[in-house]
Structures are given as structure tokens and as C-alpha cells.
Write a protein that binds this ligand. Structure first.
Ligand SMILES: [Zn+2]
Length: 73
């Protein structure tokens, strides 16, 4: 008989580690990273949202620009 940890091992679809910093956190949520280009003398500021969603921890969400993934309903 397999121990419990082996039976339930990789079944969960969410890995409990932040995809940005690699830290584990209880409050990981899916976000789209946003790259922000600051305004300068010859170019207007802009921002680009990455299509692929990443799982981010609270600390990364407080430090880097991002957009929460809209739940599909
Ligand atoms: Zn993180």
C-alpha cells in the first residue's frame, strides 16, 4: 500500500510556489504580468500585459505591476 503522500502527490493542479520568485505562499493567485515602460522625453509611457498567466505570491503582487486574471464564468 502506498503512503498517503505518494497517492496524492502531483494530482493537485496548482503548485504552491510563486512563479516569479519561487517562494511558497498561502495566497498565490493567477495574474498577468504587466511590463511598464516609463514615459521619457521622446516616447510616451506604455504598458504591455503578458497573455500567459502566472501564479504570484502576495509579496510579488505588492512589488510588481500585474493584472488579476478574470475568473471565467
Ligand atoms: Zn513571489
Amino acid at each position: 500500500m502506498l503512503p498517503v503522500w505518494a497517492a496524492s502527490g502531483t494530482v493537485g493542479k496548482v503548485e504552491r510556489a510563486c512563479e516569479n520568485c519561487g517562494g511558497d505562499d498561502d495566497e498565490l493567485i493567477l495574474v498577468h504580468r504587466v511590463y511598464v515602460v516609463p514615459e521619457s522625453w521622446d516616447t510616451p509611457g506604455s504598458s504591455t500585459k503578458v497573455d500567459e498567466a502566472e501564479l504570484w505570491c502576495f509579496s510579488c503582487r505588492s512589488q510588481y505591476p500585474h493584472e488579476a486574471v478574470e475568473p471565467e464564468t
